[in-house]
Design a protein. Structure first.
Ligand code: HPA
Ligand code: ZN
Length: 349
């Protein structure tokens, strides 16, 4: 790499760090770093099937979504108390704050915990306490998205929703995650109808490993307003036209896509192509403890592999606000702030 090239990259990395951003696709259980997993295992006297942190990290060699999910659900077994969920969430929020994330909309998977005997209240209260503290300490705002596991039945979704009812004032939306193939959106049509009757917005993972048809069904059958991943939408030109026309946000997770072999290399990732097509794409970390990077790491990896310009980076930061559930006034304030920071960055050249 030439000096010129290294300098350009260094400058773009500075811009990434300086820009305020949101994160809109983040599974809190996927932020469980190996060090914390071992510490919680010891605190709760849970035996892990790995002798060391290095051995655990070495197991993070995934060949598809399912091979990751098997480890992700096994790792969550160390989370038992309200303090565990607080510690998990607080560790993520510190990292988000370091990355200049000023607003985050996080998923939690209640069924991963309730089905092994941890009460919904314990999970919710630990996460909520950390979110409230980040708001008080740094002004880092958040939304909490209750995500259903799609490999389970729709009835199991209704059952866990019942347990969440006393806490509904602290839940901001609903999502759908876990094994995509063979579990189409149609399986959850009645459950999502019920969620919408509760007047909360819904999102769904679609078009990660599953086909573009799942993205269409998530939009039309589940009535979601934002798609998580959605990278396989590109396989259907009519769908792309709709996504562009309606500016439906796609929460893309580049490092996740590479680690789960959705694309072979970062150079082949369609993020830049999607941006150029006018799709409302955002950059997110998904499960950063498992996929090797938080939001700024994802921005940097894309910048290097896809030759993103400063304008692309600024557009992605702006998209993260546009696609969020913040108020229009707050979005306008953040977009103006981004323009100011960009201008100052250019002058410092
Ligand atoms: N896809 C589906 N389910 C998930 C993911 C993902 O990337 N991460 C955690 N649960
Ligand atoms: Zn995800």
């Amino acid at each position: 790499m030439t000096t010129q090239c290294t300098n350009t990259q260094h400058r773009l990395y500075q811009l990434i760090g300086q820009l305020p951003k949101t994160e809109l696709h983040l599974h809190i259980e996927g932020t469980l770093e190996p060090e914390l997993m071992f510490a919680l295992a010891q605190r709760n006297q849970v035996t892990l099937p790995y002798a060391s942190i290095d051995e655990l990290r070495a197991a993070y060699d995934f060949h598809n979504l399912q091979s990751f999910l098997d480890l992700y659900y096994a790792g969550a077994a160390v989370l038992l108390t309200e303090q565990d969920f607080y510690d998990l969430t607080w560790a993520y929020l510190q990292k988000a704050h370091d990355d200049n994330i000023v607003h985050t909309e996080i998923f939690f998977d209640p069924q991963t915990h309730t089905l092994r005997g941890v009460p919904f209240a314990i999970v919710y209260q630990g996460i909520r306490r950390a979110l409230d503290e980040a708001q008080a300490q740094w002004g880092l705002s958040s939304r909490l998205i209750f995500s259903f596991l799609r490999h389970l039945t729709e009835q199991e979704g209704f059952d866990v929703l019942e347990q969440a009812m006393p806490f509904l004032q602290g839940i901001d939306g609903f999502g759908l995650d876990s094994s995509e193939k063979g579990h189409p959106p149609a399986k959850f049509e009645r459950l999502f109808k019920r969620c919408q009757e509760l007047n909360l917005p819904c999102v769904a993972h679609a078009g990660e490993e599953g086909p573009a048809a799942y993205v269409m069904d998530a939009l039309h059958l589940l009535n979601v307003k934002r798609i998580d991943h959605g990278v396989r939408s590109l396989e259907n030109a009519e769908l792309v036209r709709q996504l562009v026309a309606e500016q439906i946000p796609l929460t893309v997770c580049p490092l996740s896509n590479i680690r789960l072999k959705v694309f072979t290399t970062m150079q082949e990732h369609p993020l830049k192509q999607m941006l150029d097509m006018g799709l409302l794409v955002t950059i997110n970390s998904d499960d950063p403890a498992y996929f090797g990077g938080y939001v700024n790491d994802n921005f940097k990896a894309c910048t290097t592999a896809l030759n993103l310009s400063d304008q692309d980076i600024v557009q992605l930061a702006k998209n993260s606000f546009i696609a969020s559930w913040l108020s229009d006034a707050e979005k306008a304030r953040q977009l103006a702030e981004i323009d100011q920071i960009w201008q100052a960055w250019k002058l410092a050249d």
